[in-house]
Design a binder for this molecule. Sequence first.
Ligand code: PMV
Length: 361
Amino acid sequence: MTFTEKDLIIPQDKLKAGTTHWQSPSNIAIIKYWGKHGVQLPRNPSMSFTLQNALTETKLSYKPKEEPTAGIELDFLFEDAPNEAFRSKLVTYLDSLLPFYPFLEQLSLKIQTVNSFPHSAGIASSASSMSALALCLCSIEDDFFGTLGDDTMFDRKASFLARLGSGSAARSIFGGAAVWGQTDLVAGSSDEYAVSIEDQLHPIFKSLHDDILIVSSEEKAVSSRAGHRLMDKNPYAPTRYAQAHERLSALLPALKNGDIEKFGEIAENEALTLHGLMMTSNPSYLLMEPKTIAMIQAIRIYRKEQNVPVYFTLDAGPNVHLLYPEEYISDVRGFVHSELANLLDEGTYIPDFVGEGPEEV
Ligand code: PMV
């Protein structure tokens, strides 16, 4: 599927104003996407759970341009205030979509967006924000052209457009869990968009918790764009890409069978691999903090001593995602309060869990 089959230009007499409004969640990768080529094409397949609470709400209003002009016309408000840095990134993104969406040049656009999580919590918002915007764009396409009536087509196109903005955003379109990147292990998988694997999850994973333990809420030391680029010269890259395939092939049966131990082993190895890759890149980045390591050690001791299946993963930063089945919530929360509270930045953690995916507002 190329998504360029149709010449999407709105006939002059059909031009009109309208609004679309979506909320879309962030996701947490278990098999990490790290290393890309082309326009956000992944070097290996990745798998993530879609979250429920950490989300972006985006309202996209459009009206016919007063004068026909070349390029994107965009007014932008982030949390009710203008933000030129974000606006200009979005103009670049929307411009890059013109080969697929020439009609965007016919419209004057206004984007209003808010996040449910604190801006400074150190949670990457690109997955939720780019997926919310991509869904709004698909609603406009469907409204004017009726080309995406079928849900599968709609989600696939939204995932494709989200990917062009931020790779990992491709996975947020789907509730439960998704795989992005071509693999023989998942029917219909593609480098161009993600596919749902929700129907391949054992119930234990459909309600898995992810408490995000905030170690530091500072901006990331390295952007993911720069991080991906470092993989091009990382001497371990080929081995890593092969390993991601192997781990996915061990993970999928564990997800199906409810094998939480195998799942946890893979999740933790992947997190440490991601950080190991950053440490062994040139320049090298050490994104864990002493408190990250203290938490990891405490989690491993607690798991062993109390026999509670709680595991961690990490994103490209110091914060720790605590993953555990719903039935252990009171044990794990007790552990967080008694043993991890002093390691948390201002005592903050953000409770989240596997969610149902984006919703039209
Ligand atoms: O989507 P990007 O370009 O921000 O890359 C995200 C990469 C990781 O979050 C580190 C891993 C992943 O697969 O989400």
